[in-house]
Structures are given as C-alpha cells and as structure tokens.
Design a protein. Structure first.
Length: 72
C-alpha cells in the first residue's frame, strides 16, 4: 500500500478516512444524501459529495415507480 496522502490539518499519513452521512443542500429546498470524508485522527473534513450509492438507489426507486404507473 502506498502511503503518500497526508491530512492537510494534522499532517498525519492517511491510510483510511472516516465516512459520515450528511445532507447535501442546494438553497433551502433541494437536499440529497451525501457523505463527508474526514481524517480519522483530527476529524478535519477532507471532502464531501453526493453519496453515489444512495443516488443510484433513489434513481432505481423512481424508475420502478414510473414504470409501474405507466403499466396501469
């Protein structure tokens, strides 16, 4: 395993990150499931994004719902 990434806050080498669920919002109304990636040592947030697994699940649910309505 290559160990080259360092936390920009505490300077420790990162061999893993802590993933937490967060809401990703655009304005006051839109919200998606998201994740934040943080340093396991100092908990500084390294990045945040829309959760791709939750997004895929939401899309599949909406497509199945639309197909069921279209078949009726």
């Amino acid at each position: 395993m290559i160990r080259s990434g360092k936390c920009p806050k505490c300077d420790k080498i990162l061999t893993s990150v802590k993933i937490e669920n967060v809401d990703v919002k655009l304005g006051m109304s839109n919200a998606w499931h998201g994740v934040s990636y943080s340093c396991p040592y100092c908990r500084a947030i390294l990045s945040a994004s829309i959760d791709p697994v939750a997004l895929k699940t939401d899309i599949v649910k909406e497509v199945v719902k639309a197909v069921k309505l279209a078949v009726r």
